[in-house]
Design a protein around this ligand. Sequence first.
Ligand code: SF4
Length: 116
Amino acid sequence: MDTQALCNGFRQPSEGPGDGRQNKMGIFAKPDLDIDWQEYSNCLGVDPDLFFPERGASTREAKDVCRACVVRTDCLEFALQNGEKFGIWGGMSERERRRIRRQRALERATAAAQAG
Ligand code: SF4
């Protein structure tokens, strides 16, 4: 598998140096997170830079690629669980993912308050 062809592409363990869980953007995947879904990414072969646009640049093209992706939910959940602060993952920007994280934190706090 050509790892450079993956959009947010983490190397498979057998490829490249290290433990194979760092992608070309220097992002590490937590060891307990599944990255196999990447094999089915709609962004295979798409320039990774498209998913890490400059501040203020359009995210439309990347989101168009994500819209038809069968692993969109896996990708988004990976980004949320891995604490990805940058880039388009699962068709969502940093700001959109922050909103989800805040919402989940609020739900956890509410559930804990109700349980306690
Ligand atoms: S949702 Fe987007 S960034 Fe994630 S794997 Fe699919 S095409 Fe790539």
